[in-house]
Ligand binder design. Structure first.
Ligand code: MLT
Length: 407
């Protein structure tokens, strides 16, 4: 008899962004004449930087000639891209990351989900609340939790991120094995200082724990005092894996390219307590289950690091940060408290009431899609997340509508 993975029955019926898409589709079907503006899922709207497009075209032409055609590439990514990442994202900031510690992939969502295959079934996992739902759901699927009760799964150690702690959770008050962190944070937009990250690294070293650090939004950091990578912190190489993506940095959500950094010194332990390096394990997993990102896409990603690419991606992010500024100003005028939107594309707004109700009100009365905070965890209740990813025209129009509906 074929048995089903019953852990799936513990999950909420649908993934947060699928539920939102469903509600928006229903509304749109019932109101075909209304123009809905999407500030919900963090999906980019502006075209790829010209340097990427140029590299993409050139690589496609190479694929059209026998002499330059390429078949399977290295599963871990082409050397040219791994070297560009190591140099520009890490070594240039004083972080000692080598090209062969970078694994190129088609997305951080998949990487943050897949990485947990390397760990034992029974683990104590620290999860921030609110949180990007993928970290939670994938561990539920893997059977590392009990049932959900009132929005929380038994077995996780939840770390509350609240207004009181500036949305940077305190260290757990019990030993944990695996810690998920994301800065700039999705969904709150909060950032972590060097000292805060250093305290996490110290905790992980003292407890033989591992940090999974999601830095998908690092390119939005404008405050020069803030670290972009956990590897800027002394000792992090031994206790952290970092996830990055070209999705939000350079508009690759539809193009797909990301990477995970697994330093050769990072370890997990056997039952007996022997240290096992994770780099060869992830390499084994990656080469067995993944055949690499396509050559043209990796060339496009490499172009992000050219002089023109750097200027163009910075301008792209500045554009979205300009949207964020507009959103912040509008919400502040309307009397709301918020965080994020300064070193992050997300604005986390305290709406003080049922967040799904607030979401529905904005959808139905302003035709503006946001993300209800409750979808990110119990501590998200009472908040909504507004994404700055859209055209200026749409953001201006959305803010006009919010002023009318929320005044
Ligand atoms: C979000 O809106 O939280 C992100 O776009 C989701 C993702 O990157 O998968």
């Amino acid at each position: 008899m074929i048995r089903v993975n019953e852990n799936y029955s513990k999950l909420q019926s649908s993934y947060l962004f699928s539920e939102i898409a469903k509600r928006v589709k229903t509304y749109q079907t019932e109101n075909p004449d209304k123009k809905v503006i999407r500030l919900g899922i963090g999906d980019v709207t502006e075209p790829l930087p010209p340097a990427c497009i140029e590299a993409l075209h050139k690589a496609v032409d190479e694929m059209a000639a026998r002499a330059t055609f390429r078949g399977y590439g290295p599963e871990q990514g082409y050397d040219f891209l791994r070297a560009a990442i190591a140099q520009n994202d890490y070594q240039s900031r004083g972080a000692k990351i080598e090209a062969d510690e970078v694994f190129v992939s088609d997305g951080s969502k998949c990487d943050t989900a897949n990485i947990q295959e390397l760990f034992a079934d029974k683990l104590t996992i620290a999860i921030p609340d609110p949180v990007y739902p993928v970290y939670v759901d994938t561990n539920v699927m893997a059977g590392r939790t009990g049932k959900n009760s009132k929005g929380r799964y038994k077995g996780f150690v939840y770390m509350d991120s609240t207004e009181a702690n500036g949305f940077v959770p305190a260290l757990p008050d019990q030993p944990v094995d695996l810690i998920y962190l994301c800065f700039p944070n999705n969904p709150t937009g909060a950032t972590a200082t060097r000292e805060q990250l250093a305290s996490w690294v110290r905790y992980a070293r003292e407890n033989k724990a591992l940090i999974l650090f999601d830095a998908a939004y690092e390119a939005f950091i404008r405050d020069p005092s803030l670290p972009h990578s956990i590897y800027e912190i002394e000792g992090a190489r031994d206790v952290a894996i970092e996830f990055r993506s070209f999705s939000k940095t350079a508009g690759f959500t539809g193009t797909r390219c990301a990477f995970t950094v697994v330093p050769k010194s990072v370890v997990a332990y056997t039952k007996k307590g022997d240290a096992v390096p994770l780099h060869p394990l992830w390499n084994r997993r990656h080469t067995t289950k993944f055949n690499g990102v396509s050559y043209p896409i990796q060339r496009a990603a490499e172009a992000v690091y050219s002089a023109a690419g750097k200027a163009q991606t910075r301008a792209l992010i500045d554009f979205y940060l300009g949207n964020a500024k507009l959103i912040r100003a509008t919400l502040a005028d309307l009397g709301y408290r918020m965080t994020g939107g300064e070193n992050s594309p997300y604005i986390w707004v305290n709406v003080g009431k049922d967040s799904w109700k607030f979401f529905d009100k904005l959808l139905k009365r302003a035709q503006v899609v946001t993300t209800p905070g409750a979808g990110f965890g119990r501590c998200g209740e009472g908040f909504i997340r507004i994404s700055a990813f859209n055209s200026r025209e749409n953001v201006e129009e959305a803010m006009k509508r919010l002023r009318k509906v929320l005044k």
